[in-house]
Design a protein around this ligand. Structure first.
Ligand code: PLP
Length: 446
């Protein structure tokens, strides 16, 4: 089979079973330690792993690498203005760079920051700047069988209770992550975005949208929310962000590029401060850690990302993987969200107790069985929380074919069929910072 990575076809080989066993052993039962050539279908993440279009490659060839005021920055700035409605833009090397720049300007020691659910790098940057990151997902967000249309929403009532408790002056910003990455990529409704706008006004807080998957979110609004069926996804995408005071963006998601990110703000004074901070951490304010060619490609990517053709194919493929898995009897979180299918490892391997990491055991078996790489997002990645034991299969954008999806579903089904044989794992070595352990810890079967 062929897969299309970085815009070119390259052969991928399924290693023989014995070899896979050996590589998994050498990797310490942690798939972050595998080489990509050892993997047949790589669903570790959808971050920066997608395939660029011919138009993006063409833009890249014509890019301007000037240090200051490059044509490519101008192109990116005008794409952001047109697609996202923000005219004050600070480029950064990727999404977390944008978080560092913005949250460093907004948050002070002792602040409390509500979010529908903090993505892990967001949580870290809020905390790094002295804030207390608090999650307010709607009720039922972690019910794997709910058919609720907008389970990514923020519970604004709970945020009001928090404000009454700690005082609104301690809440400098309210963040809405669309789609809600940490809640299985579930969407946020336009109604909830409008509610959050009102809430931020009441609290006199800056309303920030983490816009990494804003285009995917717009697709769900069009499909599921009253009054949007006849609007284009591009219009909806823009309307969502029109309510926000600021956005942070990772180009590696709906920017459809392999690197890059930016901050968008409306307030001129905040704009000045973010530019100054960006110069310190990212680069001069017309490149911010991106090469001119990355900015040129992202300018094209943003316009492609909000089209119905692209989004229909993208969300359709994620759904198709979910459907195949369901047909094979693999338990998954439904409805399927925007960028990934989440397998319920706790149900698939119900005989393995949480202390023996059923999610990580499933990740290892998917590799052993069919050289499929997913990622654990349960008690191994998030120690000391009571998150459900999930394995995320994230689809890189415009990269795999139906045959690959079929292979993933068959692989997962084979593992579920012989689930009683699968053993739990224990940690052999782990880094000092427990919050980052799933990237580098080593394990062995118990
Ligand atoms: C990926 C992501 C980020 C961070 O972006 P990077 O480009 O990986 O640094 C922030 N928020 C959300 C919701 C994301 O998905």
């Amino acid at each position: 089979m062929f897969s299309y990575t970085s815009g070119m076809a390259s052969p991928t080989e399924l290693l023989p079973q014995k070899e896979r066993e050996r590589r998994l052993e050498e990797a310490g039962h942690n798939v972050f330690n595998l080489a990509s050539e050892d993997v047949f279908v790589d669903l570790l993440t959808d971050s920066g792993t997608g395939t660029m279009s011919d138009a993006q490659w063409a833009a890249l060839m014509e890019a301007d690498e000037a240090y200051a005021g490059s044509e490519s920055f101008k192109a990116l700035k005008s794409a952001i203005s047109e697609v996202m409605g923000f005219d004050r833009v600070v480029p950064t090397h990727q999404g977390r760079g944008a978080e560092n720049v913005l949250y460093g300007c907004l948050i002070e020691d002792g602040d409390v920051v509500p979010n529908n659910t903090h993505f892990d790098t967001t949580r870290a940057h809020v905390a790094e700047n002295g804030g207390d990151p608090v999650d307010f997902p709607v009720e039922g967000a972690d019910d794997p069988d709910s058919e609720e249309a907008f389970r990514g929403n923020l519970d604004s009532k709970k945020v009001r209770e928090l404000a009454a408790d700690v005082g609104a002056e301690r809440i400098p910003a309210v963040i809405l992550t669309i789609t809600n990455n940490s809640v299985a990529g579930q969407p946020v409704s336009m109604g909830n975005i409008e509610e959050t706008r009102e809430l931020a006004d009441e609290l006199d807080a800056t309303f920030v949208i983490d816009a990494c998957r804003f285009a995917e979110n717009a697709f769900f609004v069009r499909e599921r929310e009253d009054g949007y069926a006849d609007r284009s996804t591009a219009e909806i995408a823009r309307e969502q962000l029109s309510h926000a005071d600021a956005i942070v963006m990772s180009g590696k998601k709906d920017g459809l590029v392999n690197a890059g990110g930016f901050v968008g703000v409306r307030d001129p004074e905040l704009f000045e401060r973010t530019k100054q901070r960006a110069i310190l951490y990212e680069g001069f304010s017309t490149y911010g850690g991106m090469a001119g060619r990355d900015m040129a490609a992202m300018a094209v990517g943003l316009r492609e990302a909000v089209t119905e053709e692209y989004l229909g194919a993208r969300i359709g493929q994620v759904r198709s993987l979910g459907e195949r898995l369901r047909q094979e009897g693999v338990p998954i979180y439904t409805p399927v969200g925007g960028h990934a299918v989440y397998v319920e490892a706790g149900r698939a391997l119900s005989h393995i107790p949480d202390e023996e990491f059923p999610g990580q055991a499933l990740v290892c078996e998917l590799y052993r069985e069919g050289a499929v790489r997913g990622v654990e997002l349960g008690s191994f990645a998030f120690p000391d929380t009571d998150r459900p034991e999930l394995v995320r299969l994230a689809l890189p954008r415009r990269t795999y074919h139906d045959e690959h999806l079929a292979h993933v579903a068959e692989t997962a089904a084979a593992v579920v069929d012989r689930s009683e044989e699968v053993r739990g794992l224990e940690i052999v070595s782990e880094p000092e910072n427990e919050a980052l352990r799933h990237f580098s810890a080593e394990l062995r079967p118990v």
